[in-house]
Design a protein around this ligand. Structure first.
Ligand SMILES: [Zn+2]
Length: 158
């Protein structure tokens, strides 16, 4: 299935721990990490919409920023607890991140085919822990969730 000779569950755990910290802070529990091709951590982060009052900080963008400058991304791995939104999918395509590991795509299906069409290797893990954490947040904070995915009630853009 995957060309990665890495323990993807172990990589997901880095992102999940970020998501859990976010959840405990009252934030949107999406965590992510950017890794090199050997699975070494370059940067990690979590959605900070609530914590920093900053809608531009998604888990993926935080990990990307915290990893600092990289000369090339085609050999990098982005692991995220939830399927990336358009904003983060755009980042993946803009910088040609080679591999994306997705914790789950049930609470938010994202745009995984759009990534695959661009040649990104997408690995879906269908992880129960990620699903449960996200579902719990959405149930408890439907308004914050809708805000995070850009659903203001006047339109839909799944
Ligand atoms: Zn995003």
């Amino acid at each position: 299935m995957t060309s990665l000779n890495l323990d993807v569950k172990k990589l997901l755990k880095i992102a999940y721990e970020e998501a859990l910290i976010g959840f405990n802070e009252g934030g949107v529990p999406v965590g992510a990490a950017l890794l090199d091709s050997q699975g070494n951590l370059l940067g990690k982060g979590r959605n900070r919409r609530v914590q920093d009052d900053d809608p531009s900080v998604h888990g993926e963008t935080a990990a990307f920023k915290n990893a600092g400058r990289q000369t090339c991304y085609t050999d990098k791995i982005l692991v995220t607890t939830l399927a990336p939104c358009w904003y983060c999918s755009g980042l993946i395509r803009q910088f040609r991140i080679g591999t994306v590991i997705v914790g789950e795509s049930q609470n938010f299906e994202g745009h995984l085919d759009w990534l695959r069409e661009a040649g990104v290797e997408v690995i879906e893990l269908n992880d129960v822990g990620c699903k449960v954490l996200m579902a719990k947040f959405i149930q408890q904070n439907p308004d914050i969730w809708n805000e995070d995915i850009g659903e203001c009630g006047n339109h839909t853009h799944a």
